[in-house]
Design a protein around this ligand. Sequence first.
Ligand code: A5P
Length: 226
Amino acid sequence: MPDLEREKSDAAARAVAMVQSGMRVGLGTGSTAAYAVKLLGAKVRAGLAITGVPTSERTRALAEAERIPLSDFTQGVSIDLTIDGADEADRQLRLIKGGGGALLREKVVASVSKRVVIISDSTKVVDRLGRFPLPVEVVRFAWPVVAARLSDLGAKPKLRAAPGDTPFVTDEGHYILDAGFGAIDDPERLSSVIDGIPGVVGHGLFIGLAHALVIGRAGGVDVIER
Ligand code: A5P
């Protein structure tokens, strides 16, 4: 059995080693990204001068606890380096993200980042994307409409639930449909088709956004560069 927590923390450490003083750093969301935020916090407390842009309220709380100085897009719209996790990645660095519900802010942050480094354990690298249901963020009013359109595309969409069986609500106040497509033959095409459905505000296919994938494995890390 792989030691997944070790793989995640090793991948995070490799990515954090790329951070230099003076950088504005995008802070990802999820259990793997949390390792990176904690490692960055230790470096900040030891003198590393960075500003973080968190991709979720959860990450904001963690970064504040780590005493990482934070900013947002009112203070500038470019980011030097973003470190984030993923739910699936292929070797062309196409990703499925959003298992943690932060896909919309994550995609905005990635889109303005000079470099996006994705950190992952060894179980998330796949030959074809789609084993992980694709998160699609929708305005609340439209969720049944979008669910029907996703079904027409061959998916089995489910409205994501929060504890207590109420719908999960994102940091931006939207719902998420988890759309199981099975193996996705053409991620680029599916991405643009879903982007065109009225009511969709974002989805978890990240294509052309990641620059490097750092994969933890027993005894080290592998790095795939785009
Ligand atoms: C958050 O919305 C996601 O995009 C995460 O990056 C993803 O769910 C990975 O999370 P873990 O590192 O906890 O697997």
